[in-house]
Every structure is written in structure tokens, then in C-alpha cells.
Ligand binder design. Sequence first.
Ligand SMILES: [Cu+2]
Length: 342
Amino acid sequence: MATINKRFGATDGYIRVPGGSEIYIFGWVDLTGIPENEIFSYRGKAQLLGPLLEAKVGDEVYLTLTNLGMPVRPDLDDSHTIHWHGFPNQIPVWDGVPEASISVLVGRDFVYYYKPLAPGTYIYHCHFEPVEHIQMGMVGPLLVRPADYDPGNPAYKTAYGHGTGTEFDREYFIFLTELDTRAHQQIEAVQEYDWTDYKPDYWLNNGRSYPDTVEPSGALPYQPYSSLIRANSGDKVLLRFVNLGYQQHSIEILGVPLHVIGQDAQRPLGLNGENLSYRKNALYFAAGQTMDAIFTAPSAGTYPLFNRDYHKNVNAGTAPGGMVSEIQILAGSLPPQPGPGQ
Ligand SMILES: [Cu+2]
């Protein structure tokens, strides 16, 4: 068991959508290990998605949230919080729901404490004015490893623990959100937006729209995560799906069936503990859900990953775009994966 110390800043910034436009966002920036006198230089450098938070069952996680303020909207003195979505039995003071506890003012720090109880794929997001702050980009990926996780031992490199049939060779996040650029432009221009008018024109996979989705991880300065999936033929590939958009989504990999081994950080089990994992071609996700699915990499080639609602595979009306990504299967030349999504 380890002690994990992290520090995230909350601020604003800009991302890029295909075609060159810059879109105003709120979001997170990783301040872990940054000297105190350099914190200020991270204002306006929010990224989409937020930094990956990774822990093991039994670890003690101390996560400091620093509210850096919004340099583009200095009039907007909103507080922020961190809500670990799906954390079982979190006590209110660290649950991030501002009405039930506290929120972090501009210029202030607050330390959240977590001791993960259950492995699986989770999400964190700001819970302050969440309809606005989540759409504006205050979301991030979070994964909890089983207590016996051992990346060096194939029988213990699992999503849900030794003996659960969840062994994998490589793992990737597929984090689904949408972007209503009119809302972002209104908020940048100090205007009210009526959220009942919500109508996204970009659909994002790991904070990017195709073809940016298949660019390498470092290619876009404030959208650090590629969703290009690479594996050797025969590898077991774990996909950690998250839907933190406001719409329902359905994702399919053409010709590659998916083995669903977890939903909302729970294995699908019967009343008597029977393994109810199942195989399916197209997976459906409601808003706020996560799902873990494993596929066995087929023969070498490129396989498309796409949204079954074809109008979401576009960028502001132009196809192809949106949630599309690619699965590139190689014959066996790919070295072991250094970390999730890499
Ligand atoms: Cu916020």
C-alpha cells in the first residue's frame, strides 16, 4: 500500500478542434511537484481531459485542489470542487458536492483524502455548478487497480483481481464527451447561456475529435491523450470506457466483438456470484457511466472505432470527425505498454 500525493489546479484555457479553431474551456492542470512560487504560471493552462489519477485498492490518496482562478474571465470568481464519481461511501467533506460540504475559493487549497475500496474505472469532475463546469471541461479519468495488481505477472495484471478472468496486456481510456461551441463562446464573451438550448456540434474521444484522436499523445499541447489504440495480434486489450457527456452514446469497433467485464466499477455478477460477463458488438453508455471491455486483437490491420449514431462522427457538420478513432493491430513488433493509453 502506498501514499499518493497529487496536486491539481483549476483554471481556464483553450483547446483546439480540427479545422484550427480554439475553444475556451475550464479545466484541470497537474501541479504535482511544482514549486510554490511557480504555481501562478499555470493559470490559463487547463487541459482536456484532466490528469490521469491512478491508485490501488488500499492506497491512501491525498489530492490537493488549488483554485488558480480564470485569467480569461477574472470576473468569474467561481469556486471548484473535486467529485470522485462512483466512490463508494465517501464522507461528504471529501465528496465535492458543494451544497453538502465545502468548495474551494479562488486562491485557496483544499486537500481531499481517499482510500479506494473497489477496483475499476471511475471519473472525477468538478461538482460546482456542474452543468456548466462539466461541459466546460472539468473532467478527468480515474482508475483503481486491484490490491493484488502486478504488471510483471500476467495472471495478476488484471482489471478486477487475480482469478476474475480480467487479465489484459494493454489498456486504453475511451473517454466520451461532447462540445457545444456556442456555449463556450458565450461564456468566453461574458454572456449567459441557457443550458436547455444544449446542442453539441463536436463529439470528443479523450478530449479530441477525429482526426486529432489518432495523433500521438504529445501532439496537442492542452489535449494530452491520444485515443489511437495499438496492439499486437493476439493481445488482450482492455478498453476503459467513460461517458461524461450529456448524451447517450453507442460505440462499436467494426468486426471486433467486445467482452464486457465491468460496469460502473463493478463486475457483472449474479446473486450467487456467477460471472455474468458478456460479449457484444455495440456498447451503450448513459451519461455518467463507465464500462470495462476486453477484446482479443485480431489479425494485423486497421479497424475503425466509431459512434453508432453517425451524426456524432462529424466536426461541426463535416465528416469524418467526432468520436472516430482507430485500432491499429501489428503482427508482433510492438513493445510492452509503459502505461495506460501509451
Ligand atoms: Cu468547477
